[in-house]
Ligand binder design. Structure first.
Ligand SMILES: Cc1cc2nc3c(=O)[nH]c(=O)nc-3n(C[C@H](O)[C@H](O)[C@H](O)COP(=O)(O)OP(=O)(O)OC[C@H]3O[C@@H](n4cnc5c(N)ncnc54)[C@H](O)[C@@H]3O)c2cc1C
Length: 388
């Protein structure tokens, strides 16, 4: 029997695995359904991390996650794992008071931000020439683009060196709660029986599958997966742009290394099944973001070219805060990224490991059962930028 089994090899599960071993946990096993680590939402993400966060918890988690990403980048020698581009949030003038309030709060904590008129934006970033007159740009230098896949691989190598066992292509089909252990039923063998793994404690960090998996143990949580899309776009001057988020459209643009941009949008406001959703980008989405990019950056209209698009899922919760803690005796979960789980994932994975090991009490404010599991309204945007 393992001391701790972690289900899900995305950023959260990988971070939890390393943290558990660093905390002195004995036998730790990481189970991942795909053939690769971070192949699902983590690998599909836009990789944006921003310290301009409305919720104080997020600021703590972003600061810690950045330290963990930077440590991994240094250990791997891959400087491209964390690239600092800064971020320009484009919002309507009616939103200015809310942004000013957060900017003042962050200023008191020493974080730099500036509110710029469309002319000032153009003077600072000559390529960003399309802001409407009734908008402003909030510039924060503390924003980064991350390579989540590289991070996951690096920290799992470090965890393997400390004794982590990893099984890829191992999908857990059902969770069974016994008196003194958790049984995880895995793939069927040649004789039709399911390989079972047992853990004294189990942490489920299965991203948008977490709710479905828990339902096999008769447990339900307030969690709804929603679909978001992203395009990779060739644009020679990509790294002359900052990361840009536009609140009116939910569109975001981030440099993705030299000559490359990622351009995405926000929430599709209905629930999606992680086992049955359209994984390719929609033609209408591609047309929309091409027009949006050309509107904000006119030179992209002629010279930017779509490489490919894809869709992935994020996990919504009623208050857009994570669900992290016990859901039964010895059974823990960490999910509910609400669209910002790469930039906060390392810290949340670390916290989940500490909670699952009993090193730290589960924070009541992240209690997975703080809301009923009944359906709730999906809301646009990530809720990360400015509090509700
Ligand atoms: C298009 C897109 C853009 C995004 N952009 C950003 C961004 O810019 N910044 C940001 O911070 N966040 C962004 N996100 C959100 C971010 O990707 C997620 O919050 C983050 O990846 C969540 O990590 P995770 O480890 O919880 O989930 P995942 O990466 O999905 O990992 C869960 C893992 O569990 C495995 N699994 C599931 N079920 C089982 C099972 N039964 N048995 C074994 N393994 C199982 C899955 O295969 C998967 O690998 C974006 C997401 C998408 C889709």
């Amino acid at each position: 029997m393992y001391d701790l089994v972690i289900v899900g090899g995305g950023v959260w599960g990988c971070a939890a695995a390393l943290a558990a071993l660093e905390q002195g946990c004995g036998r730790v096993l990481l189970l991942e359904a795909s053939p690769v680590l971070a192949g699902e939402s983590s690998g599909k993400s836009g990789g944006i991390m921003s310290e301009f966060a409305g919720h104080p918890d997020d600021r703590v988690w972003v600061a810690r996650s950045r330290a963990l990403f930077e440590a991994a980048a240094q250990a791997s020698g891959d400087a491209g794992m964390v690239r600092r581009y800064g971020r320009l949030v484009v919002a309507g003038t009616a939103e200015a008071p809310a942004f000013r309030r957060v900017a003042d709060e962050l200023g008191a904590e020493g974080m730099v931000s500036e509110m710029l008129s469309p002319e000032q934006v153009r003077a600072r970033f000559p390529l960003v020439d399309g802001l409407a007159t009734d908008t402003f740009g909030l510039w924060t230098p503390g924003a980064w683009h991350l390579n989540a896949t590289g991070y996951a691989q690096t920290i799992v190598s470090a965890a393997r060196a400390r004794g982590l066992e990893v099984r890829l292509r191992h999908r857990v089909h059902a969770v069974r709660i016994a008196d003194d252990r958790i049984r995880l039923e895995g793939p069927a063998g040649p004789d039709g029986t399911h390989a079972t793994v047992e853990g004294a404690r189990v942490l489920i960090a299965a991203g948008t599958w977490t709710r479905k998996l828990l339902q096999t143990a008769g447990i339900d949580i307030p969690y709804r997966p929603y679909r978001v899309q992203l395009s990779s776009i060739a644009f020679a001057a990509a790294e002359s742009l900052p990361i840009i988020s536009e609140t009116a459209t939910d569109m975001y643009i981030t440099p993705d290394g030299p000559g490359s941009l990622l351009v995405g949008d926000g929430t599709q406001l209905w629930e999606h099944d992680p086992d049955a959703y359209e994984q390719a980008g929609d033609p209408a989405f591609e047309a929309e973001i091409a027009a949006g990019l050309a509107r904000l950056v006119s030179s992209a209209g002629d010279s930017a070219h779509l490489r490919r698009s894809w869709a992935g899922l994020c996990g919504a919760t009623p208050d857009r805060r994570p669900l992290l803690g016990p859901v039964a005796e010895r059974l823990y979960i960490a999910c509910g990224d609400n669209g910002s789980g790469v930039g906060r994932g390392p810290a949340l994975g670390e916290l989940a490991a500490r909670v699952a090991m009993g090193v730290e009490p589960a924070p009541a404010r992240l209690d997975p059962f703080r809301f009923p599991s009944a359906d709730f309204r999906l809301r646009p945007g990530s809720g990360f930028l400015v509090p509700d």
